[in-house]
Design a protein around this ligand. Structure first.
Ligand SMILES: Nc1ncnc2c1ncn2[C@@H]1O[C@H](COP(=O)(O)OP(=O)(O)OP(=O)(O)O)[C@@H](O)[C@H]1O
Length: 322
């Protein structure tokens, strides 16, 4: 069985809000408020939530561009919030990121050769010929022509730039890639191509992905395990098939009901189902959320399925156990 490559334990990221003449801290944005997850080697973990739920912040802490307020991140069992462990484990080489917006994440003034070679230069001492060979291999892997090396990012389409972003992320032969909405800026048909070759590369190189998206439909095709996030906390986590077939939290049900359906004959039925789910959500939100509008801690409901059950359900279960 695959080993866990990364474990996040009770991660919190709170950003201070300053105000007033003295610019004092008056409150905190609890962007991430106590989440735990683990990703196995070569597997994809899907992180789903609407805008502002805290998904990108988790990704940023993993790649080290944001700091954790509390909690631990273990890579191969070692806490990488300590810089000596990051160095010892080659963490910065092994963990890479793919961004949503390839136009702003690829330097517009650099040629593709330099963009892809940059991470290699940070970690390896290759000759110019060796480096060019590696860059051309990487372009080949993501299905781009070899003369792309002489061009600049604006000379490519969005889908092609996303491929270049993937080639760059794969350049250091990473073990884990944080993919933050990698296809949400692309047309549907191009999305499918990019997702397919991300899967191919994963199998070829045994890379694990943390796949971040607001789109449940996309994550379903990519991930073995998923977490649904809302206001900094996990609402429901488990095997993606279990959550899709048997969602338990009213928020998850609402997200699933919002996925558009293709079959025109079922549109009316789907509309009625959406209205029913929305009513359930509005009628019951006080039970499922605390006074700050946050979900309660996760409870295990079956082998790998955890749900942030309402407080009443937790209390009545405890009553039952007495
Ligand atoms: N540097 C920061 N300072 C203060 N607040 C921040 C900072 N970065 C993010 N936030 C806030 O933290 C919350 C979570 O942001 P985050 O970007 O992680 O959400 P997200 O789910 O990835 O959303 P999106 O899909 O829109 O990127 C938001 O309320 C955001 O405004």
């Amino acid at each position: 069985m695959a080993e866990e490559i990364i474990q996040i334990k009770d991660l919190k990221v709170h950003y201070p809000i300053r105000s007033g003449f003295w610019n004092r801290i008056t409150d905190y944005v609890r962007a991430v408020d106590g989440v735990s997850l683990s990703i196995k080697e070569g597997e994809t973990y899907g992180l789903i939530g609407e805008s502002g739920s805290g998904k990108s912040t988790i990704g940023k802490v993993i790649v080290g561009v944001e700091a954790a307020t509390e909690g631990q991140i273990l890579y191969k069992g070692k806490d990488i919030t300590k810089s000596r462990n990051r160095k010892k484990l080659n963490y910065n080489k092994d963990v890479q990121m793919i961004f949503q917006d390839s136009m702003s994440s690829l330097n517009p003034r650099k040629r593709i050769e330099d963009i892809i070679a940059e991470p290699i230069r940070n970690f390896e001492n290759l000759t110019t010929d060796e480096e060019r060979k590696r860059v051309q291999e990487l372009l080949d892997i993501v299905g781009m022509p070899s003369d792309a090396i002489y061009k600049f990012p604006h000379e490519f389409s969005g889908g092609q730039r996303q491929r270049i972003g993937v080639a760059r992320a794969v350049a250091t032969k990473p073990r884990l890639i944080v993919a933050d909405e990698p296809t949400s800026a692309l047309d549907l048909s191009v999305q499918a191509q990019v997702l397919n070759f991300m899967k191919q590369i994963q199998q070829q190189y045994n890379i694990a992905y943390l796949f971040i998206s607001h789109d449940l439909g996309v994550v379903k095709h990519m991930s073995e395990d998923i977490a649904i996030m809302h206001r900094g906390r996990f609402v429901e986590i488990g095997k993606s098939a279990d959550i899709y077939n048997n969602p338990q939290h009213i928020y998850t049900k609402r997200l699933l009901s919002a996925i558009p359906i293709v079959d025109v004959n079922r549109r009316e039925e789907h509309k009625r189902m959406r209205q029913k789910v929305e009513k359930e959500f509005q009628d019951n939100r006080d039970k499922w959320y605390d006074k700050d509008g946050r979900v309660y801690p996760l409870q295990q409901i079956s082998d790998r399925h955890f749900v942030a059950l309402p407080k009443d359900a937790i209390n009545s279960e405890l009553e039952g156990e007495k």
